[in-house]
Write a protein that binds this ligand. Structure first.
Ligand code: SAM
Length: 223
């Protein structure tokens, strides 16, 4: 069996009991970075076990080798460095192949940064569009133009290196919608968590003053 397990996005207390019990029980853990998962085990005081690294560039050969182990009856866990595997993180290739091969899959849900940001945003979230990370170059302009027309709440991830650039671009592309709401979630669930409620017309100011440290989720309100 393959157990897909969400892990905290910052606050260790957000791991579920089911996640802990399953991590204790499995034969090995497929993870993104063995050091990060090793650290999680240490903090949770779970005795170390075999960690199989499978990041975004893992070749098909290794995925097949993991599948063979599952077929032999091993119980493996799939985790990513933080949050939910497969959500802007590796996991898709393995889960997809496991499903094709008829391997039993269970999911142990938990934190995901975009869900935390959406639920704290105060914006309508009965429907939303998740964009993952925005493209760095190709397709970026087209995407911003489509955001301009999008009627649903939009949520995406941004890195500390690009947050200023992205907020400035948003203020430019969406300048005809000055009152459109924007909520920024920074360091969610961590010590320096910040949730900034603003609107398009204030984005230049926010881009300049926002603390350029940590991890960011950007939520844009509906049209
Ligand atoms: N799998 C993860 C999830 O379920 O949310 C997402 C992994 S993705 C590689 C990492 C990005 O998620 C970061 O660059 C940031 O945009 C967002 N993120 C992760 N943790 C966060 C946090 N505590 N606060 C704000 N954003 C976070």
């Amino acid at each position: 069996m393959l157990s897909i397990i969400s892990t905290p996005i910052g606050n260790l207390g957000d791991i579920t009991l089911r996640a802990i019990n399953t991590l204790k029980m499995v034969d090995a853990v497929v993870c993104e970075d063995t050091r990060v998962t090793g650290n999680l085990f240490k903090q949770l005081e779970i005795p170390k076990k075999e960690f199989i690294s499978a990041h975004g560039y893992t070749d098909e050969g290794k995925i097949n080798w993991i599948i063979e182990r599952l077929k032999k009856g091993e119980h493996l866990a799939l985790v990513s460095d933080a949050g939910t595997p497969g959500i802007s993180d590796p996991g898709y290739a393995l889960v997809s192949k496991a499903r094709l091969e008829g391997i039993k899959i269970e999911v142990i849900p938990g934190p995901a940064a975009f869900l935390a940001a959406l639920s704290a945003s105060g914006l309508p979230i009965h429907q939303f569009l998740y964009l993952g990370f925005l493209p760095m170059k190709k397709g970026r302009k087209t995407l911003f133009e489509s955001i301009k027309e999008e009627e649903k709440t939009i949520v995406f991830y941004e890195s500390v290196h690009r947050i200023e650039k992205t907020l400035l671009e948003m203020s430019e592309y969406l300048k005809d919608q000055p009152d459109r709401a924007v909520v920024l979630g920074r360091e969610l669930t961590k010590l320096h968590e910040e949730i900034i409620q603003t609107s398009v017309k204030n984005l230049v100011e926010v881009a300049k003053t926002i603390m350029k440290k940590g991890e960011f989720v950007v939520v844009i309100g509906p049209l």
